[in-house]
Design a protein around this ligand. Structure first.
Ligand code: FES
Length: 166
């Protein structure tokens, strides 16, 4: 009698070993092809997807002028703009510090706009008081629409003496 007939476990182990190696190589091949297919699909999807940068609109409505009392500074966080109303009219002042771009904060107790990063300070109309900021905070274009709302255009900057009449 042969060994396999005397010991059936030896035959099973021997056959299992050969089949397992074949199955293993087959599964490796299928797995590699699957990964390559997924990678190719992902690259194709990325290639055909539009490569667009979505940025917020540069023009926005700031609402009715009556929302802003005379001698007030209102921070519009979404737009990073201060709407400043003086007896002379309206300013739209950028809240982005001209030093390194930090967002400034209105400090009503001191009547200043202050930068938390390196200590620049500005008057409510954006003029620099002190600190490393090289320029005042810019004024954006602000107009009154036909339906009576303030419209700010952050792409157009104005001179400091230009205000929208109250
Ligand atoms: S970023 Fe405002 S002072 Fe430096």
């Amino acid at each position: 009698m042969s060994d396999t007939k005397q010991n059936p476990a030896a035959e099973i182990t021997s056959e299992t070993s050969v089949v397992s190696r074949r199955d293993f190589l087959s599964e490796i091949t299928v797995g590699a092809l699957g990964i390559a297919g997924l990678g190719g699909t992902a690259l194709t999807y990325q290639y055909f997807s539009p490569n667009v940068l979505f940025e917020p609109a540069t023009t926005f409505r700031a609402g009715n002028p009556d929302l802003y009392p005379v001698n007030s500074v209102t921070f519009l966080q979404d737009q990073q703009v201060y709407i400043v109303r003086t007896p002379a009219g309206f300013y739209a002042v950028s809240a982005v510090c001209t030093h390194l771009g930090c967002i400034t904060q209105w400090k009503p107790e001191a009547d200043i706009i202050a930068c938390p990063c390196h200590g620049s300070k500005f008057q409510p109309d954006g003029k620099k008081i002190e600190g490393p900021a090289p320029r005042p905070l810019p004024h954006y274009s602000i107009i009154l629409t036909a339906d009576g709302e303030l419209l700010v255009d952050k792409l157009q900057t104005l001179k400091f003496d230009q205000v929208l009449g109250a």
